[in-house]
Every structure is written in C-alpha cells, then in structure tokens.
Design a protein around this ligand. Structure first.
Ligand code: ADP
Length: 461
C-alpha cells in the first residue's frame, strides 16, 4: 500500500509537540508493516536533507520510507514553525497553502501514486481540500483516498475571510457547508468535510469531540461523519523513550535496576538546586503551557503542593503562564525547578528523575507523556479525560496511576496526596513502579490499526 503522509512537524526534523512524535514514529512503523511511505513536510531551518532537488529535499530513511521536504525559504527558513514568542506568523495561511499545493504537485511529479493520502491537523488539511475541489477529476489521484488525523481539535487553522481568494478555491466553498466558520476560514473544518475518513488519537477523545463541551464548534460536522470517524490510540517510540538506552539521563536503568532511578533523582536535585533528598516527593511536568494542559488548576494549587513536595516544570507557551509560574519560582527556590523553554534533553532527565508526573489536562486528545512516564517508572497523576481515560487507571482500581475526575485544584491536590501516601510505603511503591514499567504502547499495534483503517477507507464509496 502506498501512503503519502503529510505533516507539518516530524521528529527528529522539527518538533513542537506530540504531532511530531507521532509523525516520526507512525510512518516508520507503517513501513515496517510493508507499506511504501513518503512523508511530506516543510523544509525548515536547521534541516539538511540528504539530497536537494530544485524545489524540494529528500532523505531516505529506509528502502520504503522517504521524507520529502518542501522548500520555500521565505516561508519556512524562520525561527519558529508556526510563529515566535507565542504569536502566530501572520502569513500562516499563505505558508500552509503553499505547502499543500506543492505537496500535491510533487506527488504527481515523482509519480508516487498513493492509495492513501494521510493528512495531519489543519496545516495539512488543504491538501485534502485541494484534492477534492480543484483536482477532483485528475486521473492520477482517482484511486487515492484521504484521511485526516486530528491531533488536537482546539487548533483549527482559522483565518480572516479576506484571505479566502488566496486559496484559489471557487467562492461556493466559502459557505457554511464547507470552509466557513462564523464568518472566518476554518481549514480543519474543510479537511473534515472533504476527507474520506477522519480519526483522532484516542477512542475516548473521538467520542468526546462529538459533544458541545469538547467539539470546539465542530461537533456538528464531526457527528455527520458517522462511521467515518474513529479513534486510534497513539503509542510511543521505545527507541527514543527507554531509560536503559537513554543518552540524556544521568544513569541508565531498567525495570530490573529501578534503584538506579534514584541516582537520576539525586543528580537532578543537585544540578537544579533542589534539596537533595530521596524521601522528598519529586513531581514533574513537561508540557506546552497552554490552557488545555491544566496550568490554571495547577497554579492555583502550587502553593499547597510546593509546601509539601518538590516540583519541576519544563514548558513553554502562553506568556500568562510563564508569568504565573515565574512568580512562584522566587518563593520556593529549593523546591521548585522551572524551565520556560523547549529542551528535549531536559525532558528526558525529568521523566527519569521524578517520582510522579503531572498531567492535569482540561482535555487531552491522547497525551504521550503518561506513556513515556510509565516506561521511566514515573507514576502519572492525571485528569480523567480523553486519551488519559484510555491509558491511565487509578491505583485503587489496580491501575498504574492516580486519577482525578472533577476538574479542580482540590481534586488535583487530593490525587497528589494519595500518590504521596503510596510513595511513602515502599512495599507498595516499588511494585507499582515495576508494574508500570511493563506497560507497552507499541507503534506496531497502532500501525496495524491504521492499516485496518486505510483498508476500510479504500472500501468506502
Ligand atoms: P501535545 O502534543 O498536546 O503537546 P503530548 O502529550 O501529545 O502533548 O506530547 C507532548 C510531547 O512534547 C512529549 O514528547 C513531551 O515530552 C514533549 N514536550 C512538551 N513540551 C516540551 C518542552 N518544553 N521541552 C521538551 N519536550 C516537550
């Protein structure tokens, strides 16, 4: 099966979040299952393809997997992927419509006739929109079916209506049935409407997004997809996330040498000015600092948490949260380690060094950090929502994490306190760590689920 996999960020070439992790690992797993995969992504700054053609670069990952980098220096050779300092680039519509049109053009030019065009999020939605509108009758794409994966419904690619002519689409498509959304252009909506199938990254989130509470205004179009909307749980790449081979952490360890996790903890405490104490409960968080991630309830409960426990937060995003968290930093110098940046190496150290990991997300399409935490023997403390429902069961129900249901600071603190009680009882804590390090969320199984969806999609009229 030939797959054109289109994503605006792909690990290890460019990453701002989970989309990159998925787009790095899923194509590889699909290739290992025998698919012929080409990834299409922009050629950003700091990427050096193995070979350059006039308007695109190519890197061959394995025999049946290549990455094609779409070149446009004025659009993509910038410091950020979508913007800088929390703001979006004002020409993102132009940038990603260029990416879409060029991807389609190159697919044709290199004669890669795909069975499936798999697009991710709003940045690649225009590929599907163009295929179904402008290029609807091209024989080259006649057998290609299109799939849109929604990694986060909160990001929809919304632009002012005055930009519609730049898309080169007929006026009829700027209507409620298609791309119009409350007087603006909504690229994700267009992708949903025109795709043959839509999926999101966990079964629970796939259900939630059909409701008003989680649908971000698109619940109607999503419900209309009926059987054409599914949820497939993400996985993690154990070549990247594995404490027994992790080059970023202080001391490698495995589930058989879990005591060595505490060497990571004490080295971390020392390096970042926290009190070096094994019995102090160290809570970690690695996250975009966005409304979605529950920073509001976390910051309200931080005083309480920091009085009893140590906390490390690595994150970047909303300036409002940079300020709120920054203010706490000066009050709790040897209990709070705050890093307002994106730092892959530090993220690995945090997963390895902490006792527990905080994910108080208001909503969470899938979440990767809880799966990573399991592998590092770091117990997730999570809000009961989206993919966290599908991956974390509470300790009291024989699961590997601590779950709170009500979205509130009080409920979060209660879950943290419950985790601490178990942490203090080594006879319970160590078996818990042993158990969670055996949990596996493999891309092989997830890739097989995607192939199943591709086949279903091919059989649809
Ligand atoms: P989302 O895609 O919503 O940001 P996920 O949980 O799906 O959240 O994925 C987040 C990924 O990004 C994880 O691999 C996490 O470790 C990483 N990450 C998030 N913020 C940072 C940061 N500031 N520095 C390094 N890695 C980060």
């Amino acid at each position: 099966m030939k797959i054109a996999f289109c994503s605006s960020e792909v690990f290890p070439f460019a990453k701002t979040g989970g989309l990159a992790d998925v787009s790095g690992a899923l194509p590889l797993a699909l290739a290992e299952e025998g698919c012929d995969v080409k990834i299409f992504m922009p050629l950003y700054k700091n990427i050096t393809p193995q070979r350059m053609e006039e308007d695109f670069g190519v890197s061959k990952i394995k025999k049946n997997l290549e990455v094609i980098f779409i070149k446009n220096d004025s659009y993509f050779m910038r410091d950020g992927l979508y913007g800088v300092s929390g703001g979006d680039y004002p020409d993102n519509l132009e940038r990603f419509s260029f990416y879409a049109a060029k991807t389609i053009d190159i697919i044709k030019r290199i004669g890669f006739s795909p069975d499936i065009i798999h697009c991710n999020d709003w940045q690649a939605s225009l590929i599907i929109i163009y295929l179904k509108t402008k290029l609807g009758n091209e024989p080259f794409f006649a057998r290609a079916k299109s799939i849109l994966t929604i990694h986060n419904l909160a990001y929809q690619g919304i632009f002012d209506s005055s930009k519609f002519p730049l898309l080169g689409l007929a006026d009829e498509y700027f209507s409620m049935r298609y791309l119009e959304f409350y007087g603006k252009i909504n690229l994700l909506k267009g992708g949903i409407v025109f795709s043959d199938m839509v999926n999101t990254v966990s079964p629970t989130y796939a259900e939630q997004i059909k409701t008003k509470e989680y649908g971000c205004g698109l619940e109607g179009v999503l419900k209309e997809k009926g059987e054409r909307l599914t949820g497939i749980l993400n996985a993690i790449d154990y070549k990247v996330w594995n404490p027994s081979s992790d080059k970023f952490i202080y001391k490698k360890y495995s589930r058989n040498t879990l005591e060595d996790k505490y060497i990571n903890k004490s080295r971390f405490q020392k390096e970042f000015g926290l009190k070096v104490k094994k019995s102090d409960f160290l809570l970690g968080m690695v996250s975009r600092l966005a409304e979605q991630k529950g920073i509001d309830i976390l910051s309200k409960s931080l005083n309480h948490i920091l009085k009893r426990y140590q906390v490390v937060i690595l994150g970047t995003g909303d300036v409002k949260y940079h300020k709120i968290l920054g203010a706490k930093k000066s009050r709790y110098k040897d209990r709070f380690s705050l890093h307002l940046k994106f730092d892959e190496a530090l993220a690995h150290k945090i997963y390895a060094s902490c006792d527990a990991f905080l994910m108080p997300s208001r909503f969470e399409p899938c979440g990767l950090s809880q799966m990573i935490s399991y592998k590092y023997g770091t117990v997730p403390i999570v809000h009961h929502t989206g993919g966290l429902v599908d991956t974390v069961t509470d300790y009291i129900h024989k699961g590997g994490g601590f779950v709170f249901t009500e979205y509130s600071s009080k409920a979060l603190v209660e879950a943290v306190d419950r985790a601490y009680d178990i942490f203090c009882d080594k006879k319970k804590w160590l078996p818990l760590l042993k158990k969670i390090t055996s949990y596996t969320f493999s891309w092989k199984k997830t890739a097989q689920n995607y192939i199943h969806m591709y086949k279903k999609c091919q059989s649809l009229p």
